[in-house]
Design a protein around this ligand. Structure first.
Ligand SMILES: Nc1ncnc2c1ncn2[C@@H]1O[C@H](COP(=O)(O)OP(=O)(O)OP(=O)(O)O)[C@@H](O)[C@H]1O
Length: 294
């Protein structure tokens, strides 16, 4: 079942572009990454899904229901962590969280305690006295206290130190194991790569690709580095599919996309000392998509 279904969603802000013709689906139980640089349209897409802003054209469904028409009903099942959190500074953390919990028809007090303990958050403090990272933690607890079926996170880790990021990721994985679907927007590729099953890449308001992270890596180019016993002319590896060919005598490196046997055949004709074949990381793939589309 699709928990999120976005169909040709377009949002313009007056004359300026927000997003254009965005379509993708997120299946139940997935951790789905949404990546793109600043200004690409991630927040616009998310805010439209939550009916905080309305689409210029196109539509989206959450849990099979139109996200504008059924917004109040849908929102009860969603945990949302916005990219920037703003609070009434005078309130105590616990009072704010109790207030947030009052929107849901269930007792969330035990879960608030558990989450605060995991995230090392002092519930008795005034919001005013909290650091930026601790304010972010309040947002995390606020987003998860009602055990939502769908968790939508917009750049969630900014302000968190590495230890807290780790705890937060563990928490998300736990929620996912319990059945929650997660939409995770970020421009930090390593965290998307670590956490997500599939990813949509957005650039200048348009979806560039939607793919499994595993497939993205497998179907991409491979990085070759070859150490030879005797110096070899780099031109030996001037084959179709080879790019970024570099060499200095006994070390040759290049990128290759295509039938790998072609390269291996050429390698077998040479006396080699060592060989490394690596898959590109997500960052390299991402740049590759951007260069290709440019
Ligand atoms: N309220 C607004 N009024 C006018 N233009 C806007 C508004 N909000 C966003 N935009 C524009 O829409 C485009 C997409 O912005 P959006 O905030 O969705 O991107 P993003 O991918 O979330 O980036 P970031 O990571 O910087 O938040 C940008 O060109 C931005 O300038």
């Amino acid at each position: 079942m699709n928990v999120i279904e976005i169909n040709n969603l377009t949002k313009t802000y007056g004359k300026s572009r927000g997003i254009t013709d965005v379509s993708f689906t997120v299946e139940e139980g997935e951790i789905f990454g949404f990546i793109g640089p600043n200004g690409a349209g991630k927040s616009t897409t998310i805010r439209t899904l939550l009916s905080l802003i309305y689409p210029t054209s196109g539509s989206a469904k959450i849990f099979g229901k139109d996200c504008v028409k059924f917004s109040p009903e849908i929102k009860k099942q969603i945990g949302y962590l916005p990219s920037e959190v703003f609070y009434y500074d005078n309130m105590k953390v616990i009072d704010l969280l109790k207030y947030s919990a009052s929107f849901y028809k269930k007792d969330c007090s035990q879960r608030i305690k558990e989450l605060a303990e995991i995230m090392d958050l002092d519930l008795t403090k005034k919001i005013d006295d909290l650091s930026l990272g601790n304010k972010k933690k309040v947002g995390i607890v606020q987003g998860l206290l009602h055990e939502p079926k769908l968790i939508i996170l917009d750049e969630p880790t900014s302000g968190l130190d590495p230890l807290m990021q780790q705890k937060f990721f563990d928490l998300l994985e736990e929620e996912n194991n319990k059945g929650a679907t997660i939409l995770f927007s970020s421009h930090i590729l390593s965290e998307v790569q670590r956490l997500c099953d599939r990813v949509a890449i957005i650039k200048e308001g348009k979806i560039v690709t939607v793919e499994k992270i595993k497939t993205l890596k497998e179907n991409n180019y491979k990085k070759f580095k070859i150490e030879t016993i005797d110096p070899v002319e780099t031109s030996v590896f001037q084959l179709p599919g080879v790019t970024k060919l570099e060499g200095n005598g006994t070390i040759i490196s290049f990128l290759f996309k295509g039938n790998i046997n072609r390269v291996l055949k050429r390698i077998s004709e040479i006396n080699i000392a060592n060989l490394w074949i690596e898959e590109p990381n997500l960052e390299e793939i991402f740049l590759h998509y951007y260069e290709r589309e440019a």
